[in-house]
Design a binder for this molecule. Structure first.
Ligand code: DGJ
Length: 730
């Protein structure tokens, strides 16, 4: 997978369909990016580095060293010594200077993949993985860096990260560290990103790349609703099946930057890493900073191939939970059903009715602890509110278990309400800036997780709750973003470490949780889907996608999310109508079919919804049981996008052995006087014969090649927001 051409000093990393190349040039050892794209054969294509033309390399033309540094396609860019494009790394050294220039020292090719201390990271699993470690250094600063490249051959992914070590006797401050940088020629690529807001997460945005910098990021303390830590460079006019696509996905849950810079010579500098905003990390002698990793993939078959690469990669090499390969219980969550207004009797009534229709777990959401009757108090006081839950938590859980349901619970462990016993006792545990009134959001503050005793307190609260009864699921929420980044625990020199230390502490807490409660089903959540990122997937196999449960809005949210993340990770529930975020009423069937493309569950008061909806639940659950393996493990194909055509949406999943497939078609707006729609299916075995059922009725028996080329006719449905479920078997 990884070779080194000694004579030309070129590294070549091959996956099944792609090649990544870089090379060392000149006496000083500048590391340059050579090539990333379709797999190629030759391993010494150093001419792509353009060092045989003006301005040549510094040893041959020292008077134009600046021109060399400013145009060389670097693999990891220095700052302030000649390259005027944005640098990958910046410091504040013992003299107060910021310059860095890292050059090649040595390298090692190893089998396997080293772990990243304290960070979520992809792992080899059952596959043979090779890793290239390239050691760089800045001898003036006494700074060492190692660039890591792990090659996941089958998934066509290259995973990059960097560690930096201070070898100087004086401390150095790291003020910027990108996890990856890549310089390449600009060829009319566009930038695809996922933007959003609360209830509108991960919408697809595509924009042209002009000269200068174009990018996205977050400094909200979490990956955020507003931008997902992902970007792709796509050929103009690329489709699901055609065009070159470079994907970059950041395995991190905090502040980030993802940026492309187009230079005077039409080159692009792509970079991704922790946001330099609010970042200043002190490294004393021999201390090391480990940066989170970026998972890169290249597809020459449009966005669809990129998506399938990421789904396979994250299912096989990132998600660890035992539930990854298991059918998840069908749960009913009481949030949209009751909000804060519930008690034991109400929950048991829901549980009884839920059991009768085949639901398998009851999840009690926000409002069961402290004195919480709305969102103004009690975060941090994680003991049960016996006014609401008469008889206590164990009594409730036992009763729910007796009814025949499992039990799950909601917590928001990272937070503290100003109106809480915890805050009255420990006001210094909240993140705040001295002498400045801290900004409240949802009337709450964020706990200072850089403090070890806070982390221990939080962990003990979670673990005591989980041990107090037979709790089999935890929804871990985080409902505000971080402002006022000040810590009364960290010293003056270390205030800029808070945001990253906070994320590391969240990871530590969740690591302890999955280690101590290996059978717990953990679902991450952040005011809907503000922390839906690969970092959190390392701990929880599923993440709540959005507080917007409207089936039509979900088409867009789930389209953007599934561009990168597997369907098995997308929390999706059927809720009541009119929908609580948009007031729209959609058929219960459509809500069920759309939720089928995620983890599937309910978020409604089953004792109060119309009888005809209740009566449909058993059949929906039967569908979920029938298709769960396929949805969790299959290959994803997007046949039509409502975001693009504004009329209908269509997703197809094909089992890995191609024996089975489902298609979910949703007509959002009915079209008068229109003929049937022809859907050309994808991913089937051309030679197999498939029996096709639409809504449980056999509609065709055709070969895969016919279905993929001639297509399948869908009669023009009557009405708006109508869904059709199609099942193919061979
Ligand atoms: C935000 C979540 O996304 C909701 O599902 C719900 O758990 C609320 N928080 C509770 O406060």
């Amino acid at each position: 997978m990884i070779t080194y051409n000694k004579e030309k000093r070129i590294f070549k990393l091959d996956t099944k369909n792609t090649t990544y190349m870089m090379g060392v040039v000149d006496d000083e050892g500048f590391l340059g990016h050579v090539y990333y794209g379709n797999r190629i054969t030759d391993d010494g294509v150093d001419y792509l580095l353009r060092i045989f033309e003006m301005p040549y390399v510094p040893s041959q033309n020292s008077r134009d060293r600046g021109s060399f540094l400013d145009t060389f396609p670097t693999e990891y860019a220095g700052s302030f010594v000649g390259d005027f494009r944005e640098g990958s790394i910046k410091v504040r050294d013992k003299n107060g200077h910021e310059a860095v220039q890292l050059t090649y020292k040595s390298h090692e090719i190893m089998s396997g993949k080293p772990k990243l201390k304290g960070l979520p990271a992809t792992f080899p699993g059952d596959d043979a993985i090779e890793t290239l470690a390239v050691k760089l250094a800045d001898d003036t600063l006494n700074l060492e860096a190692v660039l890591y490249y792990s090659v996941f051959e089958k998934e066509d992914c290259i995973v990059r990260s960097i560690t930096v070590k201070n070898k100087d006797s004086e401390p150095v401050h790291l003020t910027k560290i990108m996890s990856m940088t890549m310089d390449m020629d600009s060829e009319d690529f566009e930038l695809l990103t996922l933007y959003g807001s609360w209830a509108r997460e991960r919408q697809i945005d595509i924009r042209p790349l002009g000269y200068g910098k174009t990018g996205i990021g977050s400094f909200r303390g979490e990956s955020s609703h507003q931008f997902n830590p992902f970007m792709a460079l796509v050929d103009k006019n690329s489709t699901q099946d055609l065009g070159r696509v470079y994907g970059f996905s950041f395995v991190y849950s905090g502040n980030f930057t993802a940026q492309v810079e187009k230079s005077q010579f039409d080159s692009l500098r792509v970079m991704m890493g922790i946001s330099p905003e609010c970042f200043d990390f002190e490294l004393k002698k021999d201390e090391e900073f480990v940066a989170p990793e970026v998972v890169m993939t290249f597809s020459n078959e449009g966005l669809g191939r990129m998506t399938r690469n990421y789904h396979d990669m994250y299912r096989q090499h990132l998600i660890r939970s035992p539930y990854k390969d298991r059918m998840r219980p069908v749960l009913i969550n009481n949030w949209e059903a009751t909000y804060f207004d519930f008690d034991t009797e109400k929950l048991l009534a829901i549980a009884r009715e839920a059991k009768a229709v085949g639901i398998e777990m009851l999840v009690m959401d926000d409002g069961w602890f402290g004195r919480r009757s709305d969102d103004n108090s009690s975060l941090g006081d994680w003991w049960v509110n016996e006014d609401k839950l008469k008889g206590g938590l164990k009594y409730l859980v036992d009763e729910v278990n007796k009814i025949g349901l499992k039990f799950g619970i909601w917590m928001e462990p990272e937070m503290i309400s100003p109106d809480s016993d915890l805050y009255r006792e420990h006001p210094d545990w909240a993140i705040a800036l001295p002498d400045r009134t801290p900004t409240r959001s949802r009337n709450q503050f964020v706990l200072d997780l850089s403090r070890p005793e806070v982390v221990d307190y939080v962990y003990n609260c979670i673990s005591s709750v989980l041990k107090s009864a037979n709790i089999e699921y935890l929804k871990w929420d985080m409902n505000r973003q971080i402002t006022d980044p000040g810590s009364l625990y960290l010293g003056r020199e270390n205030q800029g470490e808070l945001s990253h230390r906070y994320v590391l502490a969240v990871y530590e807490l969740q690591e302890r949780l999955v280690r101590d409660f290996p059978e717990l089903l953990l679902e991450n959540c952040s005011g809907g889907g503000a922390r839906f990122d690969p970092g959190m997937l390392y701990y929880s196999p599923q993440i709540w996608c959005s507080d917007d449960t409207d089936a039509i809005e979900r088409l867009k949210i789930q389209e953007g999310t599934s561009l990168v993340y597997p369907l098995s990770s997308m929390g999706a529930h059927v809720s009541d109508c009119p929908n609580h975020t948009v007031g729209r009423t959609t058929p219960f069937k459509t809500r069920g079919d759309v939720a089928l493309l995620g983890t599937f569950g309910y978020e409604l008061d089953v004792t109060r919804i119309p009888a005809e909806d209740v009566n449909m639940i058993p059949a929906q659950i039967e569908n979920y049981h029938r298709f769960s393996d396929l949805v969790r493990q299959g290959d994803y194909y997007r046949l039509a996008s409502y975001s693009e055509n504004r009329q209908y949406d269509c997703v197809q999943i094909v089992s890995k052995d191609k024996s089975e497939s489902i298609v979910v078609f949703v007509q959002v707006t009915g079209r008068p006087n229109y003929h049937s729609r022809n859907l050309r299916l994808k991913g089937l075995d051309p030679k197999r014969i498939y029996k096709v059922e639409a809504e449980n009725e056999e509609v065709a028996t055709l070969h895969g090649d016919t279905l993929m080329n001639a297509g399948l006719m869908i009669a023009n449905p009557w009405g708006d927001n109508v869904s059709i479920l199609i099942w193919l078997r061979s």
